[in-house]
Ligand binder design. Sequence first.
Ligand code: FAD
Length: 488
Amino acid sequence: MKKALVWLRDDLRLRDNPALHHACEHYDAVLIVYILDDETPQTENYGDRRIGGAQRWWLHHSLSDLKDNIEKHGGTFILRRGQANTVVQNLVDEWEPQAVLWNRRYTPWGINHDKNLKSKLQDQNIAVQSFKANLLMEPWEVQTKTGGNYGVYTPFWKNIRPRIMQELETPLDIPQLKSIEDSPASDTLNDWGLLPTQPDWSGGFNIWSPGEDNALKRLDRFIDQAAAQYDEQRDQPSVEGTSRLSPHLAFGEISPRLIWYKLRFALESASGNTNAQDNIDVYLSEIAWREFAYHLLFHHPQTINQPLKDKYNKVPWIMNEDMYQKWCKGQTGIPIIDAGMRQLLQTGWMHNRVRMLVGSFLVKNCLIPWQAGENWFWDTLVDADQASNVMGWQWVAGSGADAAPYFRVFNPVTQGERFDSNGDYIREFVPELSGLPNQYIHKPWEAPEDVLREARIKLGTHYPKPLVDLKTSRQAALDAYAKMKESS
Ligand code: FAD
């Protein structure tokens, strides 16, 4: 009897899951395990991180869904909690499989842990096999003409697009799962306490339906309803113009290969409609940003908490706790910033355009280090992803690869007026401003007294006065960045 242990991590799915597929094809008994690891000591160098609060909510529902799905297909799934490598070793001792299989991860801490475990298991004559599952192109598969790594997105995209189109293999179906009789015991999901209780802040998360089948449904709905207008709508935060697949991708409930595969059909069936094709292609290029983020993190692992460009350590950041807390809570007095931060708290997600604005505001207008923003996002986003989050924050700060130039300080008022011209997004997430006419909804401090009175707003009482003056704080940021340039 050949037994295999499959360790699921950020690949909580049955479809297109190469490790699981391989195990089911080549072994007689397959035990599937998920390990909640809050115990591995967190080390600065590798950026080990416990899963954040918002993602714990998602994880609970995703695991519950996966368990049902695995059992429906006749498989055995257990949950264990503890230091992951020790738990795997304990399971190996207890169940005595000949092999341990997993899909590869690409964060510095993931690689480090997996390497250590692999060599320990191999020393005991246990076969270890790992697979590509969560990226279209692994970081070492993409090289510049001179054999180097990419630091700029566009040539990266030009390299990988035709290759993916040509090399893309058909996603794997759900394998024939193998039930086992001698399963080691499982923890009970409810005992893990992943859901918030005191208080339960997850009411607004009901916009989400975690789980593999729901991920597929979301993708199909996006393809039917929004993909052909993606580029035209994706910057409007009040419109559901993007796929909102990011949390499903972060947990691996859907593979990027399956997304690409389905989108390629959409591209083909839109033949003759170049506008739709262009929109779909822009969507594929966004999926490639995720690939680029992993490419960068793999080749520059120190960027998990250090700027890619060293000189950015010299920006005179000021960790002003009071300003930071107001930003976190959506109480800055700048409507589009507050709407974004409240959308995040309420729903665990924020529109990409607004992520850029709140990031620029924190790092540039408040001169707070980008790592503080990255940390808050890690805890509050349901789609928190180490590679994309770090890339996003370093982009905003100007310190990353292909980043926004240091002198680009987004003006949240003009950006708000441009991308939320009717103020619908503000009215949804900052309801106390909903009575303001469109003319002032992005800059209530400019509204005359009678307009404010009519809208039942007293600034400083019902809604905060602006935390910073946008003009002077912009200049202060430019001066600070100029100092950094001078001293480097
Ligand atoms: P869509 O527009 O439908 O795009 C489809 C998919 O492409 C996304 O699900 C995502 O996987 C990928 N994608 C799109 N844009 C980007 C991008 N700029 N970078 C990397 N991948 C991208 N994304 C995360 O998944 N996790 C994060 O922790 C994260 N943190 C961010 C922090 C900042 C400061 C910024 C500016 C961006 C961050 N992003 C992050 C990227 C982006 O905002 C989200 O991926 C996107 O908003 C998710 O919504 P969607 O699925 O509807 O995206």
